[in-house]
Ligand binder design. Structure first.
Ligand SMILES: [Zn+2]
Length: 284
């Protein structure tokens, strides 16, 4: 009996040592890391971020990194590598059609422990759709992304163009889906320069002192900016907060992703709002 107890003790010490050594090998002591993990209760569809969310949800210096519109393997993978190198976590608000096209990357994001929310099926402005069309955009994205991830996903949602309608807000509240606005905008869709992306994010955070940061994992500028941006966040004392859902989104079987044929028919002639000059108005 005593021998067994000694063996167990020795085995557990070895396990602790091995785990600590492994963690140290993977995460250098000066890594940005995650300072706090917050479990979000999405009951009633609460808002996060400016202007509707609780201003004190984040403490001074705290930052939440979010990436919209992906996944897009070419740029999402380098972003994942940069986050992994700094042992830190982010939230990805995916488009249903992108997730359906790139399920492998969705699974990689899930396996690395990041949080997965959605951003509609095909980036439509919900204000311009009927209530039923808006529901289909919301629900088919949840169904498609959950299927691509091959595991439950978060009841977290961000509106394309940050454009919410009263009907969509009420609907998401009834579905117990948390609604995410933003505090700091990288405007990474406006530039190809990683340095400009970094400068905008840092200026926004220095001004506000904290915040939910909007980035897009479909852009090369963002992918190139991430290693240096994460180093700067660490250097200037910002702390990363990782958001996790208290419970997974409950998908509805009646809302399936559109088939290729119906998606083609439903596709608007212009996917993005366009200025008269032809310049994209926004792709948020
Ligand atoms: Zn977007």
């Amino acid at each position: 009996m005593r021998a067994i107890a000694m063996w167990l003790c020795a085995a557990s010490s070895l396990f602790v040592l091995t785990s600590a050594a492994a963690a140290e090998a993977v995460c250098p002591p000066n890594a940005l890391g995650v300072s706090r993990t917050v479990e979000i209760d999405a009951t009633g569809g609460p808002w996060f971020g400016t202007p509707h969310g609780d201003k004190d949800f984040l403490a001074p210096g705290e930052v939440v990194l979010t990436f919209d519109d992906g996944p897009a393997p070419k740029n999402t993978r380098p972003i994942l590598a940069a986050l992994e190198k700094q042992c830190t976590k982010a939230t990805f608000f995916m488009l249903g059609e992108m997730a359906a096209e790139h399920p492998g990357v969705v699974k990689e994001i899930a396996a690395l422990g990041h949080t997965i929310g959605t951003h509609t099926w095909s980036h439509r402005n919900l204000k311009r759709l009927s209530e039923e069309q808006a529901r289909a955009q919301i629900e088919s994205a949840f169904t498609a992304v959950e299927k691509a991830a091959n595991q439950p996903i978060a009841p977290f949602f961000r509106y394309p163009y940050l454009s919410e309608s009263d009907a969509a807000v009420a609907y998401l509240q009834s579905r117990n889906v948390a609604q995410f606005a933003i505090d700091v905008d990288a405007f990474d869709w406006r530039t190809r320069s990683p340095q400009i992306v970094i400068a905008r994010v840092m200026a926004g955070l220095e001004r506000r002192g904290r915040g939910i940061v909007l980035l897009h994992d479909i852009h090369g500028s963002t992918a190139s900016a991430m290693p240096q941006l994460l180093l700067l966040l660490k250097e200037r004392g910002f702390k990363i907060v990782h958001l996790r859902p208290k419970a997974a989104v409950h998908t509805l079987a009646e809302y399936q992703p559109p088939t290729k044929e119906s998606a083609h028919e439903a596709k608007p002639r212009l996917r993005w709002p366009v200025r008269r000059t032809g310049q994209r108005l926004t792709n948020r």
